[in-house]
Every structure is written in C-alpha cells, then in structure tokens.
Design a protein around this ligand. Structure first.
Ligand SMILES: Cc1cc2nc3c(=O)[nH]c(=O)nc-3n(C[C@H](O)[C@H](O)[C@H](O)COP(=O)(O)OP(=O)(O)OC[C@H]3O[C@@H](n4cnc5c(N)ncnc54)[C@H](O)[C@@H]3O)c2cc1C
Length: 298
C-alpha cells in the first residue's frame, strides 16, 4: 500500500505528467527522458520506480506502441489523470521467452462484435504480472482466433478490476507474495474465464479485425508481424537496465561512503576517482536532481 501511495504521489508530479504527455505525443526525446526519470526514481525507491514503470512503460507503452491514435487518446489520457492503473500480461506459466507459443485465447465473436478472453489450461495462466493485485486494466497478449484459426499473438486491453478494486466476473488474480528486494511490487497470476471485451479493445496497429471478421494487417507475413509487435515494447525493456544502473550507482555511493568512514584518506584516493565515472548521467533532468556524489559526504 505504501508503494502504491508513493506511485500515486510521483505520478501526480508535473514532471511525470509531462513525461506521459510526451509519451502520448511521441515527442522526439520522450524515451531517453523517461529512462532518466526511471533511473532517478529507482535510486529513491526501487519498488516505486518498478511499479510506476509497469503502469507507464509496460501498460502505457503497449497502448502507445501497439494501438491506434484513437487508443492513445482513449487509454493514455485517463492514465495520466490517474483514473485507473494498468498491467502488462505476456508471460505464461508455460511460456516465458517463447512468447510466440502463448496459449491465452482472444476469440472473435462475429454476432456480438467482441472478443472472448480465455485461459484454456494451467500453462496459459499469466505469470509474474506486476500490479496484479491492484491494477484495473491489463494489456493481455493472446492468440487471436478468428473462424477457428489463430492469427498469432495480439494484444488487447482487458478490464480486470473496477474502480473500487473488485475483480470483474471471469477474472481470477492470485498473489505471488513478496520478492526479496522488491517487496512493494505486487506480482501475481491472472486467469481469464470467458471475459468479454469489445472489438475496439484490440490494440490494432499491426493487425485489426473488421466487423465482418476480416483481419487486415499492414504486415502480411505472420512472423514479421509478430516481430514488429515484440519490437515495439523494447524501450520498456531498456528501462529495466536503467533501473539497474540506478541501483548500482546507489550501491556504489553507499560503498564509497562506508569505505570513506572506515579507511584513512590516503586509501580512499582510488575511490574518489571512481566518483568521476559513476556520478550523474547528463540525460538526468535537472529538476529531479542528480544522485549524491561522494564529495558531498566529505
Ligand atoms: C520480478 C519479475 C517481474 C516480472 N513482471 C512481468 C510482468 O509484469 N508481465 C509479464 O508479462 N512478465 C513479467 N515477468 C516475466 C518475465 O518477462 C519472464 O521471466 C521472462 O520473459 C523469462 O521467462 P521465464 O522466466 O519463463 O524464463 P524462460 O523463458 O524459461 O528462460 C529460462 C532460461 O532459459 C533461457 N532460454 C529460454 N529460451 C531459450 C532459447 N530458445 N535459447 C537459449 N536459451 C533460452 C533464458 O535466457 C533463461 O536463461 C517478470 C519476471 C520477473 C522475474
């Protein structure tokens, strides 16, 4: 709960609101800008940085990179206003690196003009989902089934909880409890049983479904389409390395500070020189400040 309060606080800061606005507008520098913010947040509190990353980069990134301009307007603006929070559900119990083999299904129903989201077996349960115990909507990767045939993995926005935190019918969420080092992030398992979503919830930049069930795509080859879809969330993956850099800088600062106290000044000369290499990145926004440099602790 504390991490969630912190996430709500940082997401309300003008700097963070601007970051999501720039994400929506796809401005030139929004990726490097977001990565720098993520790094700084992770130095302050890793769980807050990760949870905010799940909501903005993973859920928001899926909408931004896999959806149409209409999806961006519909889903990103309320996210910016904290009307709801999101999750990203690609990994399954039986399919981690092997995303192509996922088994969750999004079956198109022509008469109702909707998709039915299903977890057909245990191996298809969505695993490790961050924000699973609080999030309202999930960007769910599933095999798109039309007329009984799979069109390959596609991504849809699926409602999981209402604004009061109650799960929608057909959705089960299982808490996987604490992880060392990231106790504030609620990872969990999501299971879907005949969850109905409107046709418009398919994020259809790479492949859409027309009202008559046709599935036009700007990329005809299914493999190339799949590769395009997976390439789109790459900045979100990069964010993990930036968060790791933030944690490394913090660890190094603590180590240098500790050694400075422990050893005499002649022995710390080498550590001083480390400081010139590991201090702030020029990409860090000045408003957030830079991580403390060792000389500040002299
Ligand atoms: C803390 C945490 C949070 C996460 N949050 C989310 C989330 O919010 N949403 C989500 O969808 N997922 C999430 N994940 C899941 C994460 O994306 C997967 O763990 C990752 O994709 C790897 O899948 P896996 O764990 O099943 O490993 P596997 O795919 O089983 O891989 C195990 C090992 O085998 C290697 N390997 C796999 N395939 C091959 C191959 N073909 N050739 C050679 N080597 C191979 C891998 O490199 C790895 O070393 C999270 C994971 C963690 C640990």
């Amino acid at each position: 709960a504390l991490t969630f309060q912190r996430v709500q606080f940082v997401m309300g800061l003008p700097l963070l609101k601007r970051a999501i606005q720039e994400q929506a507008e796809n401005t030139k520098n929004f990726v490097s800008w977001s990565l720098a913010i993520g790094e700084v947040l992770s130095v302050a509190d890793m769980a807050t940085g990760v949870k905010r990353g799940i909501i903005h980069w993973l859920f928001g990134g899926a909408v931004r990179n896999l959806g149409s301009p209409g999806h961006v307007t519909k889903w990103l603006q309320p996210l910016q206003g904290q009307k709801y929070t999101g999750m990203f559900a690609v990994t399954e119990r039986g399919h981690g690196s092997d995303v192509r083999g996922i088994q969750t299904q999004a079956t198109f129903g022509l008469s109702a003009q909707e998709f039915v989201i299903d977890t057909p077996c245990e191996n298809a349960e969505k695993m490790f989902v961050g924000n699973a115990m609080r999030g309202n909507y999930a960007a769910v990767f599933a095999q798109l089934i039309i007329n009984g045939r799979s069109q390959g993995p596609h991504c849809c926005t699926v409602p999981v909880r209402d604004e009061n935190g109650s799960l929608y019918p057909g959705v089960t969420a299982v808490d996987t409890m604490y992880k060392d080092g990231l106790r504030g992030v609620d990872n969990g398992i999501l299971i879907f049983c005949e969850v109905r979503i409107p046709r418009e919830n398919l994020l259809d930049k790479f492949g859409s479904v027309a009202p008559d069930g046709r599935s036009p795509s700007p990329i005809k080859n299914k493999s190339a389409r799949f590769n395009g879809m997976l390439a789109a969330p790459t900045p979100s993956r990069l964010a993990v390395t930036f968060q790791a850099m933030g944690a490394t800088k913090l660890g190094l600062t603590i180590a240098i500070r500790y050694s400075h106290r422990t050893f005499s000044s002649s022995q710390t000369k080498t550590l001083y020189s480390l400081n010139t290499n590991c201090s702030s990145s020029p990409a860090l926004p000045p408003a957030l400040g830079n991580p403390p440099s060792v000389t500040e602790f002299d």
